[in-house]
Design a protein around this ligand. Structure first.
Ligand code: PMP
Length: 434
């Protein structure tokens, strides 16, 4: 029974239930989520190489084919034969694990090679590979302020990802030195920087923290203006390009590359457009040397395994040369937004490849997602609080090179029926609210 391929949550029936006096608190915590309709159930799917965007439903044992609409393997690099071949080869040659932390036995030629690929991708002197994109943000942002004897102030976009928010919080800065500006509002940012020109704040290093592509709204930040403000105020810039690397710029170096703008520190992931796993920052050699030397979540953990590194290297090299995948992704995303609008489905304004479909209610969002999955075999995960603010619940679609016009029509036809049966808000009505 332990091999039962059911959702892991079902395994609880196999384990004799022990209770203790604290269980009531754990139960209450879970109940709160259930009551709000945002208790998370992991959809269990089988991804078979070569079949994306199709996958197999694994939860019910039905082996039904479903279409995945919410993958961050944006370009299907996770199934690119070039990447798989590199990983197969590497496993045979170098084995499974890295054998240690970067500092003690776990620094290999592949780590060095991947970092030099990444530095080249971003036209930076150096890069540092971390366990994930989350850890890269956390490592860098929790460490940076400690490098400045007079302290620092973070200026953080209000839509920044949790990994950046927690990174800033884990730094030893006082709360008042983490100042949040309204999303993409450069006037607000400038105003906050101006008010930091007093005796208490003047000597503190100013660090502006933001993303290029915001993963839920799909908005793109005003990079040029932020850069100009940063230069004027002598601030450091920290940009998360996690949802842009591989997808923007002529070599896949992100929005900074596309617009030819230099930021001081770029963070990225190897787990989304590059289709593998891991994260990194790219910056000057001096900054990288500091994070490498001081960040606990980089220092005290086993480094990534060789297979992951080899796959990432192959994927980056491939996407530096090949633009056809990203061109197709952008074409499909544009088509999908156009068709959703034409069919009065409430697509939110998005400057990027991400296609957010507004629902605005946590339980409805979950029910719509469940219906699309159950009745139409279309998998799109509901996005609820805290990933988005309450009342802004949505379905986040990520069309890729393999989501053809036919697939898009299939989704739209199902969504039209579901929207009608739930009485959900349409595109034209949403415009009046925005
Ligand atoms: N930054 C942003 C904006 C993200 O959306 C995510 C992941 N969802 C991360 C960082 C973390 O990246 P990873 O998945 O590689 O940990």
């Amino acid at each position: 029974a332990l091999n039962n391929p059911m959702n892991f949550l079902d395994l609880e029936v196999l384990v004799p239930k022990k209770t203790n006096s604290l269980d009531q608190h754990f139960e209450a915590a879970i109940k709160r989520l259930r009551d709000e309709g945002r208790y998370r159930v992991f959809t269990n799917i089988l991804r078979n190489a070569g079949e994306f965007p199709m996958a197999v439903e694994h939860m019910t044992g039905s082996n039904r084919k479903i279409t995945v609409w919410c993958s961050n393997d944006y370009l299907c690099q996770g199934q690119n034969p070039v990447v798989l071949e590199a990983m197969h080869k590497c496993l045979k040659i170098h084995g499974a694990g890295s054998g240690g932390t970067r500092n003690i036995g776990g620094n290999t030629n592949l780590h060095v090679k991947l970092e030099s690929e990444l530095a080249d991708l971003h036209d930076k002197e150096s890069a540092l590979v971390c366990t994930s994109g989350y850890v890269a943000n956390e490592a860098a942002l929790s460490t940076l302020p400690s490098l400045f004897p007079n302290g620092a102030i973070y200026f953080s976009d209000e839509e920044n990802h949790a990994s950046m928010i927690y990174g800033m919080r884990y730094s030893k800065l006082n709360k008042k030195d983490i100042r949040v500006f309204r999303h993409n509002d450069v006037e607000h940012l400038e105003q906050l920087l101006k008010t930091a020109d007093n005796d208490e704040d003047r000597e503190k290093v100013k660090i502006i923290v933001f993303e290029s592509v915001y993963s839920m709204s799909g908005s793109i930040s005003p990079l040029e203006k932020i850069k100009e403000i940063a230069t004027r105020f002598g601030a450091l810039t920290y940009i998360d390009e996690v949802h842009a690397v591989g997808l923007y710029g002529k070599r896949g170096g992100g929005v900074c590359q596309e617009r030819n703008i230099e930021m001081d520190i770029i963070s990225g992931t190897l787990g989304k457009a590059f289709g593998v796993h891991g994260g990194y920052i790219a910056a000057s050699s001096l900054i990288i040397d500091c994070i490498r030397s001081y960040a606990p979540s980089f220092i005290f953990t086993t480094s990534l395994p060789p297979v992951t590194l080899a796959g990432s290297i192959a994927s980056i090299q491939y996407l530096k040369k090949s633009s056809k995948e990203r061109e197709l992704l952008h074409a499909h995303s544009k088509l999908m937004k156009k068709r959703l609008t034409e069919e009065d489905l409430p697509v939110l304004p998005s400057d990027s490849h991400i296609v957010p479909l507004f629902i605005g209610n946590a339980s409805k969002c979950k029910e719509v997602s469940d219906t699309m999955f159950r009745d139409y075999g279309l998998y799109v995960q509901p996005i609820n609080y805290p990933t988005v603010p309450r009342g802004q619940e949505l379905l986040r679609l990520s069309p890729g090179p393999m989501h053809t016009a036919e697939k898009i029509e299939e989704f739209i036809s199902a969504a039209k029926t579901v929207w009608k049966s739930f009485g959900l808000i349409g595109y034209s009505e949403l415009q009046k609210k925005l």
